[in-house]
Design a protein. Structure first.
Ligand SMILES: Cc1ncc(COP(=O)(O)O)c(C=O)c1O
Length: 322
């Protein structure tokens, strides 16, 4: 009996492993894991990340994954209420709101900016939290800087694909913060490392949260190597963009509705009930949006060319047997 091939296109990971210089740096760091991570290393990597993002290091805090943002801000900034879009990535980390005993207020994507603009600020006790581009739809919620009455955290997980950032607006007077993960275009999802970019006072509070001590020596050393020589990130994006165009075009030819995407994934309305289960039974794992958004809808991460070919051939089989 042969082993069945399974391909995972469900978590918006980079299909391409990091280059040798990054892997070697992580491996070499294992020699010193008897020691706690060196604070000077963290400081140095923070400087490199600041340079990459284009802001001063006083604004940047390295955190163990963008998905810790609610834990971090509810603790360090005493945020009690998050205004979030519906749908959004935050549907996936609902536990963070619950366990930290904070409230969420949800608005549809096309209404949320108006709501933020009209809300009077009470400091960080209430803030907007928007993933731009949006996960799961892949579209941009806004371009440029939206007017907002309350502090706004913009999660730019797919910045390398969208080219849109509010990082230059992170200053004391503007109440804008940005999160940048290194899980996507940098191919470091397994190491759990991201950058939070906040006005300096809030950044210094976040820096005192013990959660940041969860960053490990291998994650810091790998990110250091990545930021010292980040040309591979552009190459990753180039490969994924080329494949995304090809997959989207073929899926449209097959008659599916494909959303415009500023990310490394595509949201697709197939019109086929239980499509996620049917794909899984044929070895392709995608994220179901069937209950979340509408029946027949899926989110498909762009994989390697061979994985995308496999997905497309399975989709063709499914419609021809329909
Ligand atoms: C909008 C958004 N934010 C954050 C994340 C997760 O980032 P991290 O791996 O740094 O926790 C994802 C991953 O899918 C995402 O889509």
């Amino acid at each position: 009996m042969g082993t069945r091939r399974l391909i995972y296109l469900n978590q918006n990971e980079s299909p391409i492993p990091p280059p040798p210089h990054v892997i070697e740096a992580a491996k070499a760091s294992l020699e010193k894991i008897n020691r706690y991570p060196d604070p000077r290393l963290k400081e140095h990597v923070t400087e490199l990340a600041s340079e990459y993002i284009g802001v001063d290091p006083e604004h940047v805090v390295l955190i163990p994954g963008a998905d810790t943002i609610v834990d971090m801000t509810s603790r360090a900034l005493k945020t009690r209420e998050y205004i979030i879009p519906e749908p959004s990535f935050y549907d996936i980390i609902l536990g963070s709101f619950e366990w930290n005993d904070v409230r969420t207020i949800r608005y549809p994507l096309d209404e949320i900016l108006g709501k933020l603009e009209n809300k009077g600020s009470t400091g960080w006790s209430s803030c907007g939290l928007i993933d731009n581009p949006n996960n799961p739809l892949g579209i941009l919620v806004f371009t440029g800087k939206p007017p907002t009455g309350i502090p706004l955290i913009v999660d730019e997980a797919y910045y390398e694909y969208s080219g849109q950032t509010l990082a230059p607006h992170v200053r004391e007077e503007e109440n804008i913060a940005v999160i940048r993960t290194f899980s996507k275009a940098f191919s470091l999802a397994g190491l759990r490392i991201a950058a939070a970019v906040f006005p300096s006072e809030e950044a210094s509070r976040l820096r005192r949260d013990p959660l940041i001590y969860r960053l490990t020596t291998p994650s810091l050393e790998a990110l250091k190597a990545a930021l010292e020589d980040p040309a591979y990130v552009k190459e990753n994006v180039r490969v994924v963009e080329r494949e995304k165009k090809r997959v989207a075009q073929r899926l449209r030819e097959l008659g599916f509705k494909v959303y415009p995407s500023y990310t490394n994934f595509l949201s697709v309305e197939t019109g086929i009930n239980n499509i996620t289960r049917i794909l899984a039974s044929r070895g392709v794992i995608v994220k179901s949006l069937e209950k979340w958004i509408k029946p027949g809808m899926i989110r498909v991460t762009i994989g390697l060319p061979s994985e995308n070919d496999f997905l497309l051939s399975v989709m063709e089989e499914i419609i021809s047997s329909d």
